[in-house]
Design a protein around this ligand. Structure first.
Ligand code: ZN
Ligand code: ZN
Length: 1012
């Protein structure tokens, strides 16, 4: 027996119930056990940073997609890995801990103590991983919780060491000395890919200065430069001009590019190349560092003529390109600020100031010396630290790099083999791989992978490749090494392989993307000689996970991943780092197929920010939307567009899901009344099926086929589209057309509808695992206990002819409805006649159904004489095609001098016009309502007579009585006594009224009903 369903589902309540059932029945374990011998489908989870104390709705998006495809593949019997991952090191974690401890600089961290700092960082990871696990479970994500990987495990770190030592053996590792983006608060440089993360570039207003540099050899003359970073002026050593552009001298002696000041008059003009070599007095030659420098004009092809003066101020210690120029032109390199972005002592009156504090003083001083031409404000997109939001500066720094030149070609080749969805994401990866510079892997921080580099005074660079090697070469301190981590590892000097002297490790830690990039090797046991049970939990991960460290054979089985998925910004981050490491280690991509998706915004299309109050905590979404509705919202999103997430869209989804819910409720309600007891063994309906039943069976197979194609293409949006179209067909065609058959026990109708609903639950289960299972457990009582154990509905190919027939009928009915609503007649008003032109003959036998659906007495297939055809040229398309001939064609069309060909084409004046080249309009003649679409036209005779009017009253009355029945709380099957004021209706249609309202008695009187 079915359990009655309420009018609408309480999503959060039923979800908690289902979670409890899964837990109690061990549903997921049973599913995995069952698939253990199946074919393999390898998925590798990208780690989530364990720094938040609750699951975010952004993260829930990705987790949903991962879960959907794992569930789908599980329905299809695939053996899978379900290992979840946590990213545990790096600035995200550090900055959070610094804030909670009220620490504001690296000095304060060191005073606080690195050992305790490391402990606090680990605590954050522990708490955050618990919170994220809770949230993910509530979302319905099925993972191997408890066997997660943590990137701060010694195992993970050792694998990166191995990678680095291999890279070093190949000669790709080097220490670079260059001017690079630097966060003064975090006291570290950032890499190119860190700058590509969302939120890095923010608009900000900076000083805009035009500054005069007096020329030494041309009395009274000066060059004028433009800058938005005043603090870099004390580090100026040169000014660059474009050698081929024209420069002019104003009357007051100022040289600027002519192109940028077209309205100025110049007393002398020279080509840029003629300015090269001129010497000038620097803006801050009174400060010791600059006073040593000879300032001169240099040529530079990259000087642009779109803003400024066409003369560029060059400070090699404060800019990447400037630094490159210093190598070419042998310029001095001045580094004015220290790690925390404050001026060094030898900068006199600037010493100790931050770059922003210095700006005012610098502008003031330029004013005093008469070298300030103009000062204003300039708003531009400026890079900020991705973690702490501090504006970045450029600073000279010694960083460790991995050279990409040798591997770039292989990276490009391998990327071409990856199947990217959507396709353009692959192009973005390709662009990135072509243009990216060497990988800056070092950070001057604390809680991160310790780079195993021991550069010796003798010139030899020692790179340690494993903990065992470290133990062997340690001079001292190995016994106190609790984890491969600062500060403990800093106390373990090794013996130099070249000269035998003790060497210290460099203090830098590694880029976090190394941590995540090594995952396809570290978690799958690459080159590990033997399987170690619970062997992954080493170092900081000890006690947090029971994950095994598999052996190399296992890696061979599961590498590369069949599929990975993350958001678009991961192209330059995790997709990239694991790709780079994998191509470097084994020469091929770590994944075969990728699903990447765009950004999440709020429902108004704004970024979500805690400070704007428009973020949605996942707990709130679970409680108010329910996990299924969230998942639906994520899955309905085409991956190539931003998701506008919110309660508004959730409400709309709930409303739409009601159609499906009501279809199930319809079966449950009448099935309960009639004692319908279907059996799983006879899933597909057999016996005395009517054509409509056979159609629904085929339609259901089509749903499975469409959804399968969509899942295989990893496009959830197409699964949702297929499901919604199916639900519409079930509710608005099958149930509508068969309603009466459910009022008495017409078994084929019950069995057909049951089959359709049960199959559709299997199809949608990966997306809405809770609702699907809730309804499954009601509808299927002797089959698999959970829809997730029922497998994929392999129904075979649907019968296309049957589907096409009803699709055509529905198309006619849909157009008929449009014509009706255009006529403004109410739906319950019957009409005489509908004429249908251009319908496929398969619709002809369905004239009766069409008539019934549209409340017309008669349906006629033939020419629609009732309308006038107007054809106009579609100018943007036809114009280019016809050129001068367009005028004549247009005239002929206007006069109606055209011939209609089949397929929506027209012949005019010797030209054949295709359907997209013309705009066709059919206008009803008087008394007809016409609608038309893609070659199909329907015309509705709108003339009314007395009989039609009487019938309209009949339908109104029946409707009124049934509303009254419902409002009086009667059961569907209750019989009534009925009084109506309409003598004419009672006389003419008495029997029909009684039938449609379940009345056992009908009498004249004031409208009322009474339970019989
Ligand atoms: Zn920072
Ligand atoms: Zn040495």
């Amino acid at each position: 027996m079915f359990t009655p369903l309420p009018d609408k589902p309480d999503h959060p309540a039923l979800e908690l119930e289902i979670l409890e059932l899964w837990e109690r029945e061990g549903t997921f374990e049973e599913l995995r056990e069952r698939n253990r011998s199946g074919p393999k489908w390898s998925f590798v989870d990208g780690p989530v940073t364990a720094n938040r104390m609750s699951l975010g709705v952004h993260t829930a998006w990705g987790r949903t997609l991962k879960d959907v495809f794992q569930r789908y593949k599980a329905l299809r019997g695939f053996d899978q890995r379900y290992q979840n991952g946590f990213d545990c090191q790096g600035l995200w974690i550090e900055v959070g801990v610094e804030r909670s401890l009220g620490l504001n600089s690296k000095r304060e961290i060191e005073e606080f103590g690195l050992e305790e700092f490391a402990r606090r960082c680990r605590d954050v990871v522990v708490q955050s991983s618990e919170a994220l696990t809770r949230g993910s479970k509530r979302l319905g994500q099925w993972m191997d919780w408890g066997n997660d990987y943590f990137t701060f495990s010694d195992t993970n770190i050792e694998y990166i060491w191995k990678f680095l030592s291999i890279v070093h053996d190949r000669g790709w590792l080097y220490m670079g000395h260059r001017s690079t983006e630097w966060c003064p608060r975090c006291g570290t440089s950032l890499s190119q890919h860190e700058l590509t993360q969302g939120g890095v570039y923010q608009d900000r207003a900076d000083p805009s200065l035009f500054v005069r540099f007096p020329l030494l050899d041309r009395e009274g003359e000066s060059i004028v430069i433009w800058t938005t970073t005043p603090w870099t002026l004390p580090a100026n050593v040169a000014a660059a001009v474009h050698p081929d552009e024209e420069y002019g001298r104003r009357e007051n002696g100022e040289w600027v590019a002519v192109k940028l000041f077209p309205d100025d008059s110049f007393v002398e003009t020279l080509k840029g190349s003629e300015l090269v070599g001129w010497r000038y007095r620097g803006p801050f030659d009174d400060l010791p560092p600059a006073s040593q420098v000879e300032h001169r004009v240099i040529p530079w092809e990259d000087v642009t003529m779109d803003q400024g003066t066409g003369i560029v101020h060059i400070a090699p210690g404060c800019g990447g390109e400037d630094f490159e120029l210093s190598r070419v032109h042998d310029l001095a390199v001045l580094t004015p600020v220290d790690e925390s972005g404050r001026f060094y002592d030898d900068y006199g009156w600037l010493h100790g100031l931050s770059t922003t504090e210095a700006a005012d003083q610098i502008i003031g001083r330029l004013g005093e010396t008469g070298n300030l031409v103009e000062a204003g404000l300039y708003t531009h997109a400026y890079p900020h630290c991705w973690r702490c939001d501090t504006p970045l500066i450029f600073r000279l720094s010694d960083d460790w790099f991995i050279s990409v030149e040798e591997i770039r070609a292989t990276l490009l080749e391998e990327n071409a083999k990856v199947h990217w969805v959507p396709e353009y994401m692959g192009k973005r990866m390709d662009d990135w791989l072509r243009n990216m510079g060497d990988w800056n892997i070092s950070r001057r921080r604390y809680y991160g992978l310790p780079l195993p580099f021991y550069p010796c005074a003798c010139g030899h660079l020692n790179v340690i490749s494993s903990k065992a090697e470290l133990a062997e070469r340690a001079v001292e301190g190995f016994e106190q090494l609790q984890e491969l981590r600062r500060p403990w590892i800093d106390r373990v000097p090794i013996r130099c392989a070249e000269c035998g002297e003790p060497v210290d490790r460099i203090l830098e830690v590694g880029d976090v993307w190394l941590d995540a990039g090594i995952v396809p090797f570290a978690t799958l046991g690459w080159q590990n000689p033997e399987w170690i049970a619970e062997g992954y939990a080493t170092g900081a991960a000890k006690g947090l996970t029971k994950a095994d460290l598999p052996d190399h054979a296992y890696w061979e089985e599961w590498f590369p991943a069949d599929w990975v998925s993350e958001m678009r910004e991961q192209i330059r981050l995790w997709f990239y780092s694991q790709f780079f490491m994998s191509v470097a280690l084994v020469g091929r991509s770590p994944y075969k197929r990728v699903l990447a998706y765009e950004k999440m915004l709020d429902e108004q299309g704004r970024e979500m920010h805690a400070s704007w109050g428009n973020t949605i905590p996942a707990e709130e979404a679970f409680a108010q939307m329910g996990a299924d509705v969230m998942r639906w919202q994520y899955c309905a999103q085409p991956p190539d567009r931003n998701l506008l997430f919110g309660f508004g869209p959730a409400h709309e989804i709930k409303r739409r899901l009601l159609t499906f819910w009501h279809s199930v409720k319809f079966l449950v309600d009448y099935g309960t009344i009639e004692g319908f007891a279907p059996t799983w063994a006879e899933l597909e309906p057999a016996g005395d099926l009517r054509p409509l039943d056979r159609w629904l069976v085929e339609r259901t197979k089509q749903l499975a086929a469409d959804a399968e194609e969509a899942y295989e293409a990893t496009l959830t949006v197409d699964v949702i589209r297929a499901f919604e179209a199916f639900v519409d067909d079930v509710s608005n065609w099958y149930i509508r057309r068969s309603r009466r058959r459910f009022y008495s026990f017409d078994e084929p109708a019950f069995r057909t509808l049951w089959y359709a609903l049960v199959q559709s639950l299997r199809v949608i289960a990966p997306i809405m695992p809770f609702l699907a299972d809730h309804l499954w457990r009601n509808l299927v009582q002797d089959g698999p206990a959970s829809v997730h154990l029922a497998g994929w509905p392999d129904a075979g190919a649907p019968d296309a002819a049957i589907l096409e027939e009803i699709a055509e009928v529905r198309r006619v009915v849909e157009l008929g409805r449009q014509a009706r609503s255009a006529s403004q007649l109410k739906h319950r008003q019957p009409l005489r006649r509908l004429v249908v032109a251009g319908a496929s003959p398969v619709a002809f036998p369905h004239a009766g159904e069409i008539a019934e659906e549209l409340r017309v007495k008669e349906v006629e297939f033939g020419d629609v004489a009732a309308s006038e055809l107007r054809v106009k040229p579609n100018l943007p398309v036809l114009g280019p095609k016809l050129g001068a001939a367009l005028r004549d064609v247009r005239e002929q069309l206007a006069r109606g001098a055209f011939e209609e060909l089949d397929g929506g084409r027209f012949q005019v004046d010797g030209h054949v016009l295709e359907p997209d080249e013309v705009l066709v309009e059919r206008v009803g003649l008087d008394g007809w309502a016409v609608a038309s679409d893609a070659g199909l036209t329907v015309a509705l005779d709108t003339a009314l007579d007395d009989e039609l009017r009487l019938e309209a009253r009949l339908y109104d009355r029946i409707h009124e009585v049934n509303v009254l029945r419902r409002d009086s709380g009667l059961e569907l099957t209750d019989r009534i006594r009925l009084w109506l004021p309409d003598a004419d209706l009672i006389e003419r249609y008495g029997d029909r009224i009684m039938q449609e309202t379940l009345a056992v008695e009908l009498a004249e009187g004031e409208l009322r009903i009474e339970k019989a």
